[in-house]
Design a protein around this ligand. Structure first.
Ligand code: BG6
Length: 488
């Protein structure tokens, strides 16, 4: 793993990538517009792209723009979604590096010509990086085409999620990819793992003597990984109907976070060792019990354009899962994510056990009574970490009140040059660092553990948009309770 971005332009100590030709499949799609093109420009502005690079957009010929059209598309995308505006010499240089090459499985000439031109203008033997920002159904044909045309030589591959929809499809996709790219060149991207706070979970746990000694079943009663979203499906009916929240958010993002929260200390932060420890967590994940799962669907989902009026797709899911190993045996992990909820948040909460002896009068703190100690990691970029505990209230009586110690990234460091998830991960892929990418055995194991739920999903429960999901989520977590909403 490269030394994480320290928050200043000069602060990144990792190696700069070799010269590159980056090919974006799906370059005219939503992900490229919202995240990838703005992210690449941010990397360019931060001085983190290679000394010499070119970016070739690609899409089927039917929707392919000219080079000029692609540059205008990129300019609009960066203007709308970028943190750095598309202007000045930095933009000009970036724009000059953009070109387009259409590709269909049986008509690859325009792409081959565009890549060849891009490589010539970079000079020498630049590395190739292919980013598959295309619907999963197209992964196989693009990978086959990269193999058949020889484009895969000397290349790395970034694959978007969801990586399969169950164990069999993930295995099939892995074997398609491995026929062309060996595992050391495959980067299954999960943008949550590029968020600063995931690095920070590692730092918090393994750079301090304070937390790790209590990071286990002796002291922790339960863990919550909670990613509610305020947005609904935002016109993504086609994608969502075939995917649902479990596949879209849990297998991809929340299980990955669980891996970092639950892992044993790796011997070093080297990619292989770090991933070995994360995969061991997945090996210990108890197969999901459908009785410990609440699936929900927001009222009005079935009326969204493109949604089946009898759809059983979940827009919300909450689960209780167990990691059956020495550190976590018996500790429930609660995972929750859903669309159209009251808030958009990213929060990991560790709930601590009560002290062995109650010698203080009960705390009066609102309708729900006091909480036990909690460590709350809020990984909204740039993020916060809070320790919540009890103190004595001032006054003659021994009365306890709830208190919080708070670390806020934004107030403590200059986060101006911090990288967003995608930016960080594209950079890591360019330098060949796989630490924050999912390995083939890990993703297959997650699908395997999910099989009982996929085979037997409980029916969806309705919930009101703007709520916190179906009522049953409270029963799922009892006797504990959800940390969110934190403002009552
Ligand atoms: C994507 C999912 O991977 O992550 C979306 O497909 C979801 O449905 C998004 O909204 C959430 O990402 P973030 O970084 O905005 O929390």
């Amino acid at each position: 793993m490269t030394v994480p971005n320290s928050g200043s332009e000069a602060g990144r100590h990792g190696p700069l990538p070799d010269d590159h030709v980056i090919v974006l499949f799906g370059a005219t799609g939503d992900l490229a517009r919202r995240k990838l093109l703005p992210g690449l420009f941010h990397l360019a502005k931060a001085g983190l792209l290679p000394a010499r690079y070119r970016i070739v957009g690609s899409a089927p010929a039917a929707v392919a723009p000219s080079d000029e059209g692609f540059r205008a598309h990129a300019r609009d995308a960066v203007a709308e979604f970028g943190r750095s505006k598309p202007e000045g010499p930095a933009w000009q240089k970036f724009e000059d590096a953009l070109s387009f090459g259409a590709a269909d499985p049986d008509a690859t000439e325009p792409l081959l010509t565009a890549v060849e031109r891009a490589e010539r203008s970079v000079g020498g033997s630049p590395r190739r990086l292919f980013h598959l920002a295309v619907p999963p159904a197209a992964f196989t044909s693009v990978v086959d085409m990269l193999g058949a045309t020889g484009l895969a030589d000397n290349a790395r591959l970034i694959v978007e999620k969801p990586f399969g929809t169950d164990l069999r499809s993930a295995q099939a996709l892995n074997s398609t990819i491995h026929a062309v790219f060996d595992e050391s060149r495959v980067f299954r991207i999960d943008h949550f793992l590029g968020k600063e706070s995931v690095d920070n979970i590692l730092a918090l746990r393994f750079a301090n003597g304070l937390f790790e000694p209590v990071w286990n079943r002796d002291h922790i009663s339960h863990v919550q990984i909670d990613v509610p979203e305020k947005i609904a499906i935002e016109g993504r009916a086609k994608f969502f109907e075939g995917t649902g929240t479990f596949r879209d958010m849990i297998v991809t993002h929340l299980f990955q976070l669980l891996g970092f929260v639950a892992m044993e200390p790796p011997a070093t932060l080297a990619a292989q060792l770090l991933r070995d420890e994360k995969e061991k967590v997945f090996q210990s994940l108890r197969p999901l019990d459908p009785a410990h799962v609440v699936r929900g669907q927001y009222d009005g989902y079935r009326d969204e354009p493109g949604v089946d009026p009898r759809s059983d797709t979940e827009t919300f899911v909450a689960l209780r899962v167990y990691v059956d190993n020495w550190r976590w045996s018996g500790v429930p992990f609660y995972l929750r994510s859903g669309k159209a909820l009251e808030q958009g948040r990213h929060v990991v909460t560790l709930g601590f056990r009560e002290p062995v002896l109650r010698m203080f009068p009960a705390v009066s703190s609102g309708a729900h009574g006091p909480r036990n100690n909690e460590l709350v990691i809020d990984f909204d970029d740039p993020g916060r970490i809070a320790a919540r505990f009890l103190v004595k209230e001032p006054g003659p009586d021994m009365r306890l009140g709830e208190a919080e110690m708070l670390f806020s990234y934004a107030e403590s460091f200059n986060t101006r040059y911090a990288l967003e998830g995608y930016e960080r991960l594209i950079l890591d892929a360019m330098v060949g660092d796989q630490a924050l990418f999912t390995r083939s055995d890990g993703i297959e194991r997650l699908w395997e553990a999910s099989t009982p739920l996929l085979d037997n999903p409980p029916p969806v429960q309705p919930y009101a948009p703007g709520s916190w999901g179906p009522e049953r989520v409270h029963r799922l977590i009892a006797p504990h309770r959800w940390f969110l909403p934190d403002k009552r």
